[in-house]
Design a protein around this ligand. Structure first.
Ligand code: HAM
Length: 418
């Protein structure tokens, strides 16, 4: 049996970088006032269709959707924003305090063509803020991302930012864009033609080479922002500059999800080939209302956890597990029983101890102790039990001492807790 295409195991020898990222991210989120939220992996399909947008790649062709036994249409979450907004509304969190900051870490599912950095089950580290319209929060989220990447020792990442406007300036932009697209229609792919009526902004995001060429001089949202959106974006840029955060304004950045308004950004790297976005985010001031809640601004980002780890693996060796403190060599039934209890007590005291329950020879067990890189080996056979002198061997210095059984566990704890 094999994993499904695009799904993979993260094996124990690769897990330490994942854990390091989770620890750093959680620490930082807490310092910035974020609270962890856990949301279901499965939601009603309508939630994603309505928030991400019917005419997006995700909803049109990438979601894992199926009917359950009662015929309800369900989808494995392709992202977290929609679910967190749903939760904010469902639990009326806005009533007590509309300003909420959440983070979550977990798997997402998109049926994309698998390649390096792109999987069908992948992980995101997601952050969302509700109830804050100020541009300072946009900057704070970009700063948070920057700080996390700095702490993880990453270099060569760059923030691309854009403003996608709001419902008051979007229509005039869309009109200009449609006029432009009409003049290039014969050079666009089938997908783009289909999107002219449904969602013209998405056309700017098309990855087909000929489309990209044809759209090179397409109008930019930035030229047509209303005064409020323009002021907002200017504050974002000015503040990021003041904070020394490198960014470039990228007018071709439209993002792959429809809920965005105003600031949108991606953190990109050149070290992962085609999959250059390590994180993406933006503002979604209309989403909570669209999903049935009160008008509430929202903003957030998601880090592609798999991609982040892949970038880290290029520069870092995975931190090694701490060495095994003690390996117990038990020879014979009586020693095995004693060894079992000692190992449990030492494990409970937090000491990394292993015992091998297979009936192997002394030579084979010592070989295993070496393989596991044990600092000490405890040797107990019939002789040692009879003489109440259990051997403790330091594997570095090869020095041996003997321990009495009654005080063996506290003595060992003393040695290892030093
Ligand atoms: P997104 O840009 O679709 O945004 O995904 C965020 C990040 O997830 C991407 O930059 C990428 O690193 C990673 N990612 C996406 N698809 C895959 C894949 N198939 N394999 C591996 N990594 C992948 C969102 O999901 C938004 N919900 C972000 C957001 C939060 N916006 C506001 N709040």
């Amino acid at each position: 049996m094999q994993t499904i295409r695009g799904f993979r195991d993260i094996l124990p020898e690769r897990i330490s970088l994942w854990q390091k990222v989770e620890t750093e991210a959680t620490k930082l989120f807490k310092a910035f006032g974020f609270k962890e939220i856990r949301i279901p992996v499965l939601e009603k399909t309508g939630l994603f269709a309505r928030s991400i947008g019917e005419a997006t790649d995700i909803v049109e062709k990438e979601m894992y959707t199926f009917a359950d036994r009662k015929g309800d249409k369900l989808t494995l979450r392709p992202e977290a924003t929609a679910s967190i907004a749903r939760s904010y509304i469902q639990h009326k969190m806005y009533a007590k305090d509309p300003v909420r900051k959440f983070f979550m870490i977990g798997p997402m599912f998109r049926r994309e063509r698998p390649q390096k950095g792109r999987y069908r089950q992948f992980y995101q580290i997601d952050a969302e803020v509700f109830g804050v319209e100020s541009a300072y929060i946009d900057c704070q989220l970009i700063l948070l991302l920057n700080e996390l990447f700095k702490r993880l020792g990453l270099k060569g990442l760059f923030a691309h930012i854009n403003s996608l406007g709001c419902p008051s300036c979007r229509p005039s932009f869309q009109k200009e864009l449609l006029d432009f697209i009409e003049s290039k229609k014969d050079r666009l792919c089938e997908n783009c033609i289909r999107r002219i009526d449904k969602n013209p902004l998405r056309i700017l995001d098309c990855k087909v080479k000929d489309c990209r060429k044809a759209l090179k001089d397409a109008p930019s949202t930035l030229d047509l922002l209303c005064k409020d959106c323009d002021d907002h974006f200017n504050t974002v840029k000015k503040t990021l500059e003041k904070q020394g955060i490198d960014f470039i304004v990228d007018k071709s950045l439209v993002r792959g999800l429809d809920y965005y308004t105003r600031t949108a950004w991606e953190i990109q790297t050149t070290s992962l080939g085609a999959q250059s976005a390590v994180a993406g985010g933006g503002r979604y001031d209309g989403l909570v209302k669209e999903l049935g809640g009160p008008q509430t601004p929202g903003i957030g980002f998601a880090i592609g956890f798999d991609r982040l780890v892949e970038v880290m693996e290029q520069i870092n060796k995975a931190p090694e597990d701490p060495p095994l403190e003690l390996f117990i060599v038990s020879l014979g039934d009586a020693a095995m029983e004693k060894g079992y209890h000692w190992s449990c007590e030492l494990n409970q005291a937090g000491i990394r101890t292993e015992i091998d329950f297979r009936r192997k020879s002394m030579k084979a067990l010592m070989k295993r102790a070496n393989k596991l890189n044990a600092r000490y080996v405890l040797i107990a056979g019939d002789n040692e039990l009879n003489e109440n002198a259990i051997l403790l061997r330091n594997m570095d210095t090869k020095k041996q001492s003997s321990l009495a059984m009654e005080t063996l566990v506290p003595e060992l704890i003393k040695i290892f807790k030093k």
